[in-house]
Design a protein around this ligand. Structure first.
Ligand code: GUN
Length: 301
């Protein structure tokens, strides 16, 4: 039987609608809207496309959204003072510096300069620590892992007691999603295994998974025979494997492929995310959710 397709597009649209109403309500009640700045250094085409998507969504939800473009050769010192300016701006609740940064800039230094209260990416060590402690210590959750958790919960898969296998150990996806899944509470409480390039028998681990989360960045890495029948498969891979002409615009667009062989896997899995249209739309949506949270937290203090 063919798997249920988990549409990140549809689930993201539902959450955005919830956020849009919340933002309108807060504007009416408190006269404030969430403020998000996205800082882009240079013109890397993938980064331009990501920040354009973030700004478009922020605008649609009624945010005060600012796109701050900086030249490729900006100095580290100047970038730090831009971050500092937004850290101090009361109309801005979320500060995001799009990665990767050019080689002459120390990425860690820039990310650590964002005040943790406005770190809507949840990349700052203080927020990573809070996430790891869990419970009411959590300020933000990182966007892609938070989106993955929403996809699993909203598509009706039980995580409590489930065998969750995470393929990949990046700081942005693998490590945080493993951590989120092992916390106590709803949408978590799982038995988690993390496999990576140093793992001896990848296939055997994947075969045990009730929920398989793949974030390796290797197109087609996970073969259909590695999937337990009925498992929930979340494919985080967005690999550009070529280009094609868009039927809509006639322009050349990238051909995207996930880390899982989708066509074959969907005949075995119980549910699976497509690429594109799975995890991708959720990442931007969770960024918006974090920005709303950052704003709400300022009303409390
Ligand atoms: N570059 C690719 N993904 C991300 C992300 O989630 N946040 C930031 N800041 N940069 C990225």
């Amino acid at each position: 039987m063919s798997a249920k397709i988990i549409s990140g597009k549809e689930i993201a649209a539902q959450i955005r609608e919830e956020l849009r109403k919340e933002v309108a309500g807060m504007k009416e009640k408190y006269g404030v809207v969430p403020g998000l700045v996205t800082i882009l250094v240079g013109k890397n085409p993938a980064s331009v496309s990501y920040v354009t998507g973030k700004q478009k969504t922020a605008h649609e939800l009624g945010f005060n959204s600012i796109q701050d473009d900086q030249p490729e050769d900006i100095s580290e010192e100047d970038l730090l003072s831009i971050v500092d300016k937004y850290n101090k701006d009361p109309k801005i609740h979320g500060v995001l510096v799009q990665l990767p940064l050019p080689g002459h800039i120390n990425e860690k230094k820039i990310l650590n300069a964002i005040t943790p209260d406005k770190d809507v990416d949840c990349f700052h060590p203080v927020n990573v620590g809070r996430m790891m402690i869990g419970g009411d210590e959590v300020k933000f959750l990182p966007c892609t892992p938070a989106g993955i958790q929403e996809l699993i919960v909203r598509s009706g898969y039980e995580t409590s007691g489930a065998e969750v296998v995470v393929v990949g150990r990046s700081n942005i996806v693998g490590k945080p999603i493993a951590n989120i899944m092992l916390q106590k509470g709803k949408g978590a409480n799982a038995t988690v295994t993390v496999v990576h390039t140093g793992t001896k028998n990848l296939e055997e681990h994947c075969k045990r998974a009730d929920i398989l989360i793949v974030a390796a960045g290797v197109p087609g890495l996970v073969k259909p025979e590695w999937i337990k029948p009925g498992a929930c498969v979340i494919d985080v891979g967005v690999n550009r494997v070529g280009e094609k002409k868009s039927e809509k615009t006639g322009r050349m667009i990238p051909i995207l492929k996930g880390d899982v062989d989708f066509d074959a896997a969907k005949e075995i899995a119980g549910a699976i995310t497509p690429v594109p249209g799975g995890v991708g739309p959720m990442t931007i949506t969770m960024l918006m959710k974090n920005t709303v949270k950052a704003m709400k937290d300022t009303l409390k203090s």
